[in-house]
Design a protein around this ligand. Structure first.
Ligand SMILES: [Mg+2]
Ligand SMILES: [Zn+2]
Length: 249
């Protein structure tokens, strides 16, 4: 029998499967800069599933833990006034690695861990599909599985986010490709290698930054914003200086 799609996602998703797990509001003006986070490998470690011989997402809530300083990193982004939104491919139900109930337990553990660290997630968007899903209802060639940008465009529409002013942090090539396609500034968690460029489209594109972990990525974002505001302030200073000398003539 097919595993039914998780009930809370069905309730909130007009397409029936994927989407945010926060209440939807009316679409807002796309004006806000945000930070999009991949989940596995960025927020929580991947797990080596010895029986299957694969490295993958946690398959149980017990396997789900946060990387060190993730709560503080998200808190830092909160303090910068940036909405923080998780965008994650989660085909584990489709592959029958775990049930919808387990998926919800893991998501609840994520929320609780972030909240208890004094931080806030402004949205969580999951793609549950997979083109070779064992669950027929999830066997979809969808627009939301990264590197496609459906999760990002949907979050932008619903939360009023400006993708071209936003950042995307991920540890996979599909994250970088989705971020690049959406016009975000991308931060790769891990070591970016030249060989990666041949697998990414547009070919030879690369992330804007690389970082060892989310804590470092949050600091890079803070520095980048400071550098940008310094750059944008400069012409005003020059204009002011120009006016002074003009007034003195
Ligand atoms: Mg990942
Ligand atoms: Zn999808």
């Amino acid at each position: 029998m097919a595993t039914p799609a998780p009930p809370s996602l069905l309730r909130q998703c007009p397409e029936g499967i994927c989407g945010g797990t926060l209440p939807y509001g009316t679409p807002k003006m796309a004006t806000r800069r945000a930070v999009f986070l991949d989940r596995d490998g960025v927020i929580n470690p991947l797990i080596y599933h010895r029986d299957a011989g694969i490295v993958d997402s946690p398959f149980t809530a017990g396997q789900f833990t946060l990387f060190p300083r993730v709560g503080r990193a998200i808190g830092l982004l909160n303090d910068l006034g940036l909405p923080v939104v998780v965008v994650s491919n989660q085909p584990g139900i489709a592959k029958r690695h775990f049930t919808a109930a387990t998926f919800h337990l893991i998501n609840a553990k994520l929320r609780a861990a972030i909240t208890s660290a004094g931080a806030r997630l402004d949205g969580i968007y999951y793609c549950l599909h997979h083109p070779e899903s064992k669950v027929p209802s999830l066997r979809v060639r969808c627009a939301c599985r990264k590197p496609r940008i459906g999760l990002l465009t949907r979050a932008a529409r619903e939360l009023g986010l400006d993708l071209e002013r936003s950042y995307l942090v991920g540890d996979g090539l599909s994250d970088m490709e989705a971020g690049l396609r959406a016009g975000c500034r991308t931060i790769f968690i891990g070591k970016w290698k030249c060989e990666h460029c041949q697998f990414i489209r547009p070919r030879a594109s690369r992330p804007a930054f690389q970082a060892d972990n989310l804590w470092e990525a949050a600091h890079l974002i803070r520095s980048d914003l400071q550098a940008r505001s310094a750059r944008s302030a400069k012409p005003i200073e020059e204009a002011a200086a120009c006016n002074v000398s003009f007034a003195g003539c």
